[in-house]
Design a binder for this molecule. Structure first.
Ligand code: UDP
Length: 195
């Protein structure tokens, strides 16, 4: 993947189309991928906290979510192709998922919002199989139960919306047990999708 480093964080320079193709190939090959859609706030967190940075570097691809990242790359003379936001990437993956009848699990936000988001996405992408959803308000003692629930359903795509401080470290910690080929933190996207 062509990359540009911004404050030590390696950002993918690929446009949306190439990013979707890259991820689709990996999903179809059964290669697990943790995508981080990083904005300037996350870059700041990485600058302030070595452990957060180390955690970010364990992901497989970091895409430029946020105009500030696109700007910083251009300013440094090594531009990214375009901004790749989490919510747009989610929609693009659902589009591809229709053709492949992929299974999807949605994790995060409140039960009411996640149910509404699941209903909306199922209506927009009827060929995608939304196999489960669960709210994001659980504590570490419930992690194993949540992870087991997801792993058992064998989703191709797992979207996690629990806030950047929580969701990315949680994914890094549990990705092996979760098994899903594609895992991506999507922050507040379900709040938007649920309308
Ligand atoms: N959220 C969650 N569990 C938590 C904390 C947050 O499911 O323990 C959800 C919250 O409902 C929202 C999303 O995570 O839908 C993003 O939260 P927030 O905006 O606070 O985080 P940020 O995106 O600013 O990091």
């Amino acid at each position: 993947i062509p990359k540009v480093h911004i404050f030590g964080i390696p950002f993918s320079k690929m446009d949306m189309k190439d990013t979707v193709q890259y991820l689709t190939d990996r999903i179809n090959a059964g290669q697990q991928t943790h995508v981080i859609t990083a904005n300037p706030i996350m870059v700041m967190s990485a600058l302030e906290s070595p452990s957060y940075k180390e955690m970010m570097l364990k992901s497989d691809i970091i895409v430029p979510d946020g105009a500030g990242i696109v700007w910083a790359a251009a300013k440094g003379g090594d531009p990214v192709a375009e901004r790749v936001t989490g919510i747009e990437l989610l929609h693009e993956l659902f589009k591809v998922g229709e053709a492949h009848h992929w299974k999807v699990f949605l994790l995060g936000t409140t039960q009411e919002i996640i149910d509404a988001a699941a209903e909306s996405l199922q209506m927009q992408y009827p060929q995608v199989r939304i196999v489960g959803s669960r709210n994001g308000y659980f504590n570490a003692s419930q992690d194993d139960e949540v992870v087991a629930q997801i792993a058992e359903l064998e989703p191709h795509l797992l979207f996690v919306a629990r806030g950047a401080d929580t969701q990315e470290p949680w994914i890094v910690k549990h990705r092996a047990a979760l098994k899903a080929p594609l895992i991506m933190g999507v922050g507040g996207s379900f709040d938007v999708i649920s309308g």
